[in-house]
Design a protein around this ligand. Structure first.
Ligand SMILES: [Mg+2]
Length: 107
């Protein structure tokens, strides 16, 4: 494959994707955005966990602020709760059910 063929394919695929997403409702677009945001926040949390435990390269550790870890946990939780609300998930009920399920594993 030549590079120009790849670029032609990318342009074609971009248009296909654009047409596909144009048919989404505002709510569906909001869900997509929130889902991407959750992934972003999860990545930031993972980064902070690695840095907090000195599991990154020296250059990154030199600029790391240990105060960021709790904030990144909060970001993930808040973003997940917003997404759950948008999807009409009863998070209290879901947590109760999950905790009960986990507890039963140890009975
Ligand atoms: Mg964050």
């Amino acid at each position: 494959m030549e590079f120009h063929e790849l670029l032609t394919f990318i342009e074609l695929e971009e248009n296909r994707i654009k047409n596909y997403f144009d048919s989404y409702s505002d709510t569906e677009k909001q869900i997509l955005g929130q889902t991407v945001k959750l992934t972003e926040e999860l990545g930031e949390l993972c980064n902070e966990i690695l840095a907090h435990n000195s599991l990154q390269r020296k250059q990154k550790l030199e600029i790391h602020n240990k105060e960021n870890l709790p904030e990144e946990f909060a970001d993930v939780i808040i973003t997940a709760l917003i997404l759950a609300k948008t999807l009409d998930v009863d998070i209290i009920k879901a947590l109760e059910k999950k905790i009960e399920k986990v507890n039963k594993r140890y009975e």
